[in-house]
Design a protein around this ligand. Structure first.
Ligand SMILES: *[C@@H]1O[C@H](CO)[C@@H](O)[C@H](O)[C@H]1NC(C)=O
Ligand SMILES: *[C@@H]1O[C@H](CO)[C@@H](O)[C@H](O)[C@H]1NC(C)=O
Ligand SMILES: *[C@@H]1O[C@H](CO)[C@@H](O)[C@H](O)[C@H]1NC(C)=O
Length: 840
């Protein structure tokens, strides 16, 4: 994948996400809304909202009133800070919750005088049932005279407890509290961790707003935000070298869409922006950069808001977004929104640099007509860590005295696995050893890793690059396992002429692939992993486990491996004609005939059908694409690259819930939306392959006009018009039997159905492709064009192919019968979740 293609693919993914959010929540009335003035004797109006005294609110309970007293002082900066409740013992505010889900928790602190205690040196610790929000915060080390904090917490009980914990010999206090429902969909469960890994489970973490900025615009207070948020001006965060200029339009000109409502951000945010200072002068090639101090021990959720308020007409403004110098993609407002002044946003997850800086930049795209870039708004939220804390590394149960922590210790344990910074790395290593051991002791066992492991692939990748961990070698020792032939490193060196670059066949996410020749003259492909990457280890083991148990004429076979000197080397049968893709486009290899193409598709379909049904537990490939279908010297197609494969749902499950992996462009949109993996996700990807085979173009080509970028969408519109022949490879024109083409088009169309349930099984696909081949060979028009009848050929019933049984051998000749060695085909757990799909 070229890098521009990669970007386009990211965008496609994000657009899919956009559909899930925030439909028509305008005029949102929060089911739960508590505005509490703690310790106050009367209502307090602040920023246009009325705060009720904590003693007077019927749905708020104070657990230990005797352990607290009230204080007030007229000297505080705002009315809300003029009273406080001071706690000498751990005290809990319990809020009745009418509707479970995400809630804002906002807490206000000001160490007022006259309380009888030195509140400036009080140490503030605030925890909910599950999350640590603040830990030992004190005004002694804080420059301001007051502070408020905003958190987002998922409440899954009928009440929410906020515990205020004084440290030894001191007191705690709070001036005001807000607990307010958040509309569904405002915070997604998933966002993109750059460069291209989806980060899951955000909505189950606690978040803390650390920056919320209105670029180029004024301070926006809760009166002007439907969700009571505060947006600050951005100027103080601009990097000095940037020459940004503010622009603004009248807020009422902002046109909200079905996907972005005023709850996402008020029109005041979208109506102003920072733009490039002198955008139209010759040397306008610079980035506008904002720099933020953040706690480097946490990951951050970023929402970047855009709205094209500068262009005179559509399609002029295209620019690039960067987060920490990683590309966040090309931002093309017109094609995302179809109009000017229409807001949209992008979500990301990012870590800071080691020095605790997070940067966001926008800069012009060298190919855009206008050298301009804008940013309208930015939110940065801290994501709770693996001990469910937003502040430090002590979990709730260490901070909260025993009597007060009542509920849910189990969920804390499970949850604490999910957040993972340090712990995830440990789990990764552990998981690796665990599976290794498991596979030795139990061949049959369902050995899924704990699901929360999948929740944090970003951190994982970050960790593996940042901390040069050694000591992983022992984890991948396979010496005592039974995974094909073991090669010594010397043998590999000899076979590849010391990894001679002239023998390089390709470079992938895992490492480099060389052509090699064994002592006996056998040609092999040698895949050498990068020992530095833990994701490589996962893939390495996946491939070995998968391939050593699967033998099929249409799957690339593993000959052996080498793990000497912490090398991760896999030795495969050599596929002389390389990837299918290189026979379709991007090279000057001779064009394949229609019959050859059909035979290749049939071969690949057989390989996938075998994966799905041949083993006692089905296997989902997850990365079906034209570069993973290889051709041997006779153009026999074999499916390769099992680095992402995964055993399918067992009988009592309907799907596998998992982090989305795979290659954008081939990725099943339903899988992306729902993160539920079934065999039908492979069927979708295979549909994309069929279209590539027909049209000889990449799955995504961002250079093309918008409606053509994604082959699946584009080809489907032509297929639905019955005019697929208009867009097919020009080499095929007049050389294809029209009935065969029709059958092929219909098959691809069914594969690309939006809903997995509407897609055929791989067995059906295989059968239909066989039929298309038959039509091509006999050049006979179908006698009965209706679908049911076309599923019968030579008297065989389709149903015999839906189950994997010996009848498949009729199709496949003698080969697959002997290949399938039933017992071994049970594939144990696979741990490919950590794999970054980049560059695969
Ligand atoms: C916009 O820029 C002008 C001129 O530099 C400045 O005076 C003004 O304060 C800025 N407005 C905002 C909201 O930043
Ligand atoms: C916010 O709301 C107040 C009162 O409703 C209004 O006077 C003010 O102009 C609004 N605008 C901004 C930017 O705060
Ligand atoms: C903008 O920043 C990105 C990331 O740091 C960098 O790759 C790019 O070259 C910069 N563009 C310009 C015009 O300086």
């Amino acid at each position: 994948m070229g890098s521009s293609e990669k970007l386009a693919t990211l965008m496609v993914g994000i657009i899919v996400l956009g559909h899930m959010c925030c439909n028509s929540n305008a005029g949102y009335t929060p089911p739960d809304k508590y505005l509490i003035a703690c310790g106050s004797a009367h209502d307090v109006v602040f920023q246009g909202q009325t705060y009720v005294p904590d003693s007077k609110h019927s749905s708020v309970k104070l657990s230990n009133e005797a352990g607290s007293f009230v204080a007030s002082s007229s000297g505080a900066p705002f009315p809300i800070y003029q009273s406080a409740r001071v706690f000498t013992q751990t005290t809990t505010y319990e809020f009745e919750i009418k509707q479970k889900g995400l809630h804002w928790i906002r807490v206000y602190f000001c160490p007022i005088a006259n309380s009888g205690h030195d509140l400036k040196s009080a140490s503030l610790t605030v925890v909910t049932e599950n999350f640590v929000l603040l830990s030992n915060f004190t005004f002694k080390s804080y420059k301001g005279s007051y502070v408020w904090k905003e958190f987002i917490v998922n409440v899954d009980l009928d009440s929410l407890s906020l515990n205020f914990i004084p440290s030894n010999n001191s007191v705690a206090f709070v001036n005001a509290i807000e607990v307010v429902s958040i509309p569904d969909g405002l915070i997604p469960d998933q966002a993109l961790a750059l460069p291209s890994t989806p980060f899951n489970g955000i909505s189950e973490q606690a978040l803390e707003t650390v920056y919320r900025l209105n670029m180029g615009g004024p301070l926006i207070t809760p009166q002007n935000d439907t969700l009571g948020r505060i947006w600050q001006n951005d100027v103080q965060y601009l990097h000095v070298d940037s020459s940004a200029a503010n622009v603004s339009v009248v807020p009422s000109t902002i046109k909200y869409s079905a996907t972005v409502s005023p709850n996402v951000a008020p029109n005041w945010v979208y109506a102003t922006a920072e733009t490039m200072g002198d955008a139209n002068v010759a040397d306008s090639n610079f980035n506008i950069t904002w720099v933020f101090n953040v706690d480097p021990d946490f990951s951050y959720f970023l929402r970047v808001h855009f709205c094209d308020i500068v262009s005179k007409s559509l399609n002029l403004l295209v620019f690039n977004l960067y987060i920490n110098s990683e590309s966040g993609g090309s931002i093309d407002p017109s094609s995302f929104t179809g109009g000017l002044a229409v807001p949209f946003y992008r979500d990301f997850v990012a870590n800071s640099s080691d020095s605790g800086l997070l940067t966001v930049s926008v800069g012009p795209d060298s190919e855009a007509e206008v050298g301009q870039a804008i940013l309208n708004g930015l939110e940065i939220m801290k994501i709770s860590n693996d001990v469910r804390s937003l502040d430090g590394i002590s979990p709730v149960e260490h901070l909260l005295p025993k009597s007060a922590s009542r509920k849910k210790s189990i969920s804390i344990i499970i949850g604490s696995v999910a957040g993972g910074v340090a712990a995830t790395l440990v789990i990764l290593l552990f998981g690796c050893c665990f599976v290794s051991r498991k596979s030795k002791t139990s061949q049959q066992g369902q050995s899924w890793l704990p699901l929360p492991l999948y929740g944090n692939s970003l951190t994982m990748t970050k960790m593996s690059t940042n901390s040069q961990k050694s000591g992983t070698a022992s984890c991948i020792s396979l010496a005592s396992t039974n995974f094909g032939r073991f090669f010594s490193f010397q043998e590999i060196m000899d076979a590849t002429n010391k990894f001679d670059e002239s023998l390089l066949l390709g470079v992938g996410g895992f490492g480099r692939v060389y052509k090699g020749t064994l002592e006996d003259g056998t040609k092999v492909a040698v895949k050498r992993g990068n020992p530095r990457s833990e994701q490589g280890i996962a893939e390495f083991r996946t491939e070995i486990e998968m391939l050593s148990k699967l033998r099929h004429r249409h799957l690339v076979s593993l000959i052996g491996y080498c793990d000497e000197r912490s090398e991760m080397i896999l030795v495969y049968e050599y596929m002389a004609n390389g990837p299918l893709r290189s026979h379709l486009y991007g090279t000057d290899l001779p064009s394949l005939s229609w019959k050859q193409r059909l035979e290749i598709c049939i071969g690949a379909a057989r390989g996938l059908h075998y994966l799905h049904t041949g083993a006692s537990q089905s296997i989902i490939h997850r990365d079906v694409k034209t570069t993973n279908i290889l051709l041997d010297e006779n153009y026999v197609a074999k499916v390769a690259d099992f680095g992402l494969s995964k055993t399918g749902p067992s009988l009592d499950q309907t799907h596998v819930s998992t982090a989305v992996k795979g290659s954008f462009g081939h990725l099943d949109p339903e899988y992306f939306r729902r993160q539920q993996l079934t065999e039908k996700s492979d069927v979708y990807s295979f549909g994309v392959v069929l279209m590539e085979v027909l049209c000889c173009r990449p799955a995504l080509n961002p250079v093309l006009p918008r409606d053509q970028v994604n082959i699946a969408e584009w080809a489907m519109t032509w297929q639905k018009k019955g005019m697929l022949d208009r867009i097919m490879d020009s080499n095929l024109v007049d050389k294809v039997n029209s009935a065969s083409l029709k059958k092929f088009g219909e098959t691809a169309e069914k594969c690309l159905a939006d809903h997995g349930a509407d897609r055929p099984s791989m067995g059906d696909v295989l059968w239909n492709l066989e039929y298309a081949l038959q039509l091509e060979e006999t050049s006979l028009a179908p006698t009965e064009p209706d679908d049911n009848s076309t599923n019968h050929i030579q008297g065989l019933q389709l149903s015999s192919f839906e189950q994997f049984d010996n009848s498949t051998c009729i199709v496949d000749g003698a080969n697959s019968c002997t290949d399938d060695d039933g017992e071994d085909a049970t594939t144990s757990a696979v741990f490919s979740q950590l794999v970054n799909p980049r560059g695969r």
